[in-house]
Design a protein around this ligand. Sequence first.
Ligand code: HEM
Length: 184
Amino acid sequence: MYGMVNQAMQKMVVGLHGEDTWLRIRERAGCDIEAFVRMDAYSDSVTYSLVGAAVEELGTDPAALLHAFGVYWIFYAQSAGYRDFFQACDSYQGFVQQLDAMHARLQMAFRELRAPQFACTVEAPDAVRVIYRSHRHGLDPFVAGLFEGLGPVFNVRATVSKTAEHVSQESGVEIHYLVRLEAA
Ligand code: HEM
């Protein structure tokens, strides 16, 4: 994944646990990259190893770590210069319906991006059905964290539950979520 993702992970861990903890995680992951380059593409194995090492070092549950990282990513992306992408829509429902278009625009800068795919359907004013597809495995708690973290951007509280999951080694994952929205 692009360096921006690994940088965000580093920043989240350093902010919560300090620089020394990050150094131990990096060492445990066998990662000798001191500073990630935001616009360079790294092997996915770098990101997965860092997550695995962080889980061991912090003694946390992998799903909890990935969920927290999803929430953090929304904050991080805005602070890293992508605030306009979020402000292009005036509602949660409108924003999530253009996620593929947004990643397609990002692809112009992140040439090697292998973006996820989203199909979002507004079922009721307070309910959105999400279908997430990716060739990457194991990121479903990250996705739930992203959809939860988007709530405050649009002044709502988003509660995310997984409703179905199809996983295949060849075609990747397809996960369905229901997002409930309430006024924040
Ligand atoms: C403008 C802000 C955003 C930027 C700059 C951004 C950029 C990226 C980048 C660079 C990756 C790594 C993929 C790769 O290197 O191949 C990624 C992955 C991903 N993004 Fe975005 N993204 C943004 C917002 C979002 C939002 C709002 C969501 C969903 C609510 C989202 C969902 C995901 C997911 C789930 C992945 C993991 C890849 C996978 O599942 O295969 N992103 N994004």
